[in-house]
Design a protein around this ligand. Structure first.
Ligand code: GLY
Length: 129
């Protein structure tokens, strides 16, 4: 795999880790402050900026472990932008001891600004929906 693609996949994994670990500092370091998004939590609305996302980082998730993996990734670099698509496979432990997995289709757009990749847009849907 080409070096830029590898770097972008590594950044994408860091982004997912920051979400799972509710690490707001890491998430904001990776994202453009004008991030836009479609995701199920937005119930059909385009989400602009970071405040909507911060709500979930501030929740008390009681420390139960969760993690996300990237499956079947594709990376397309177009000048200073890149489109990353993959299936996000989520695992988590619930307080009742169950360990459900779920999967999402994710498209994430990155833009290189001042030599650094910033996450500028994403679209997340339940896999197969
Ligand atoms: N819900 C935040 C993200 O997927 O980037």
């Amino acid at each position: 795999m080409e070096q830029t693609a590898r770097e972008l996949l590594d950044l994408s994994q860091q982004l997912l880790d920051s979400i799972d670990q509710q690490d707001w500092e890491a998430y904001t370091r990776l994202c453009d402050s004008e991030l836009t998004a479609f995701e199920p939590e937005g119930v059909g609305n385009v989400i602009k900026g970071m405040a909507f996302h911060k709500f979930y980082f501030d929740l008390d998730a009681s420390g139960l472990p969760k993690q996300s993996g990237i499956s079947s990734p594709l990376v397309r670099v177009i000048g200073d932008c890149a489109v990353i698509t993959y299936i996000r496979v989520c695992q988590r432990l619930n307080s009742d001891g169950s360990v459900p997995s779920s999967a999402f289709e994710e498209t994430r757009i990155w833009e290189k600004k001042d030599g650094e990749w910033k996450h500028i847009h994403f679209h997340r849907s339940h896999a197969g929906a």
